[in-house]
Design a protein around this ligand. Structure first.
Ligand code: 13P
Ligand code: SF4
Length: 417
């Protein structure tokens, strides 16, 4: 039986399996995710030295920035930005702090920002206030004369960190061996390394974001019988369900178990293989929070991001990307009420910008995405002042070969969807 082969393989079988038993691995970004969760404070920026005391492993920067108060940081960022003029473009993801978003030339979700990055031909420097995979994507899509800067080099994404490139390559090899000629299309969420995007590009696959995941899955099923989706199992499952794929035809690939924890037959029978990754921010939301919001406000609208678990998405009224959430709420009638299941900096901003509506986060604990939160204004200032001195710090570059195939997968999303 296939299961026995996996539990008790011979030496030659072990040698031919790429995914051997591996030690479970928890990304540092995941273990530090709750460092800034609080019940009794707002998210106003504090001097960097105070934020360092939360026991986080952020990039260190020159001492002179450690104690600078918020107002001084803002004034100096404005001056530096003015001096750099058209040479500079600052991109800000919706989950960034207000003290960063106020300086963004463009605000957006990961799809919109990647398109903005591709369109900024005049700018020599693209300072990406977001996380590492976004800056990599900007480097791939931007022109060769442009340099992409991530102000705090440790601003990663715990979900992207759950799909280590080698583990994904091993998984891909294993699946190819089992499926033989059967066509499986690899799809990776934008939240992944350039190397994983490249693997998708090389193998007739594609990238998606939460704005277009359903259309991308449809694209893939026109070209193959199966899909493998990296790295967010929840977005993948929620998208599969939207396409009416039965839950028992979707399996989760555990990278720490041989063959993802499945026998060959199960892998052959599956239509969707989901990488075992998740977002620590969006998996905080649960159905009890939705029930509480509905009981306290019977006319509430519940809107969540599709990185939430399947039961949360099912219990909500609407689900979609950050841009979708913003659009729905901004265009809702005055007096409407919204309980939102996404990152708190965005929810707070929506609430401030829509004073005629009741808008609150489903989770009563204030718990920002700790990696988005790493872009403290001191890092933005440091990166801009270094540019004024003629030095580019924290440049994000993707090697040519990786970029070539990653771009293929990105272009399929940007031009074929
Ligand atoms: P968006 O694609 O909606 O911007 O989401 C990115 C992200 O990291 C959500 O957690
Ligand atoms: Fe990554 Fe989740 Fe943060 Fe988005 S919210 S950057 S998926 S950890």
């Amino acid at each position: 039986m296939d299961t026995c082969k996996i539990l008790n393989p011979t030496q030659s079988e072990v040698n031919s399996m790429a995914t051997k038993q591996k030690l479970p691995f928890i990304p540092l970004t995941e273990s530090q995710q709750s460092a800034f969760c609080r019940t009794d404070e707002n998210l106003l920026v504090k001097p960097l030295a105070e934020e360092f005391s939360a026991v986080v492993s952020w990039q260190d920067i020159p001492e002179k920035y450690h104690h600078m108060p918020g107002e001084e940081l803002s004034t100096r960022i404005s001056l530096a930005r003015q001096e750099l003029g058209e040479k500079l473009v600052i991109l800000g993801h919706h989950y960034q702090r207000d003290e960063i978003v106020q300086f963004a030339d463009f605000r957006g979700d990961s799809l919109k920002l990647s398109q903005q990055a591709a369109g900024q031909e005049k700018a020599e420097f693209i300072v990406f206030c977001g996380v590492h995979f976004m800056a990599e994507t900007a480097d791939i899509l931007s022109a060769s004369h442009q340099q992409v800067i991530l102000p705090n080099i440790t601003a990663g994404c715990s979900m992207a960190d759950m799909a280590r490139t080698d583990d994904v390559l091993d998984c891909w090899d294993d699946i190819q061996q089992i499926l033989g000629d059967e066509k499986i299309i690899p799809i990776t969420y934008m939240n992944s390394t350039a190397a994983i995007k490249s693997l998708c590009g090389k193998n007739n696959g594609i990238v998606c974001t939460s704005s277009n995941a359903k259309a991308v899955f449809e694209w893939a099923f026109e070209r193959g019988n199966k899909v493998i989706f990296f790295p967010d199992q929840h977005l993948g499952r929620n998208t599969g369900l939207k396409l009416n794929i039965p839950i028992d035809q979707m399996l989760v690939w555990n990278p720490f178990k041989p063959m993802g924890g499945h026998d060959d037959e199960k892998i052959r029978d599956a239509r969707v293989i989901l990488w075992q990754g998740h977002c620590s921010v969006h998996t905080r939301f649960n159905v009890r929070q939705i029930e509480k919001a509905r009981s306290e406000h019977p006319d509430i609208n519940i809107i969540v991001h599709p990185e939430c678990t399947m039961d949360v998405v099912e219990a909500s009224d609407l689900d979609g990307s950050t841009e979708f959430i913003i659009d729905k709420i901004n265009n809702a009638p005055p007096g409407s009420k919204w309980a939102v299941g996404t990152e708190i900096s965005l929810v707070n901003r929506l609430s401030q910008e829509n004073p005629d509506k009741l808008i609150f986060c489903l989770d009563s604990i204030v718990c920002p995405c700790s990696t988005m939160y790493r872009t403290h204004p001191a890092y933005l200032l440091w990166s801009l002042e270094k540019l004024l001195e003629g030095e580019v710090i924290n440049q994000i570059t993707v090697d040519e070969e990786t970029a070539k195939y990653a771009k293929l997968a990105l272009d399929r999303m940007l031009h074929e969807i």
